[in-house]
Design a protein around this ligand. Structure first.
Ligand code: MG
Length: 164
């Protein structure tokens, strides 16, 4: 239930050919850490071009985020995408709404996102195909990797302390 059908480093590795092999004709895209930085306003460099490429190939796209409408609506409009905000992933409500807008059989739709417990679990739970992407921070990527490495012992120490 938690294992994605496909695990890629970013959405940019998703190509029309890969989707064709999976039998997928539409994507329900997560927003934060998938199309933009967490709580960011603008898409990652290259997202618009990637969307154009998908559209050219006839792939339908919609975004479904657990984030608030006020954050998701302007972002989706910028990219000319339909959206479902406050989607409550992994619960079925938001994904069902997205599917209704797409009007496609769910086994031809993949949920794409960076979080196993919301995007992937939610997708699988509701009968979709799933694609997990790594949350990445362009430019700051290297910095964050180092930061996370240093954070690790502190995070686990904090967790232990918390349980006492
Ligand atoms: Mg996310």
């Amino acid at each position: 239930m938690l294992k994605p059908d496909l695990y890629l480093s970013s959405i940019f590795e998703i190509t029309p050919d890969i989707l064709k092999d999976m039998g997928v004709v539409a994507l329900i895209l997560d927003v934060d850490n998938t199309l933009r930085e967490y709580r960011g306003k603008v898409p990652y460099d290259g997202v618009e071009e990637w969307i154009a490429k998908m559209r050219e190939a006839g792939i339908q796209l919609i975004v479904a985020s657990n984030n608030f409408t006020r954050s998701i609506q302007p972002f989706a409009l910028t990219l000319d995408l339909n959206y479902v905000a406050m989607s409550l992933k992994p619960l079925p409500f938001g994904l069902r709404r997205a599917l209704k807008i797409l009007n496609i059989d769910r086994d031809k739709v993949a949920v794409v996102g960076d979080q196993v417990f919301t995007d992937i679990f939610g997708g699988k739970l509701n009968g979709f195909k799933t694609i997990l992407v790594e949350p990445f921070v362009r430019e700051k990527g290297y910095f964050w990797k180092i930061k996370r490495l240093f954070e690790k012992p502190f995070i686990s120490r904090y967790d232990k302390g918390d349980k006492k």
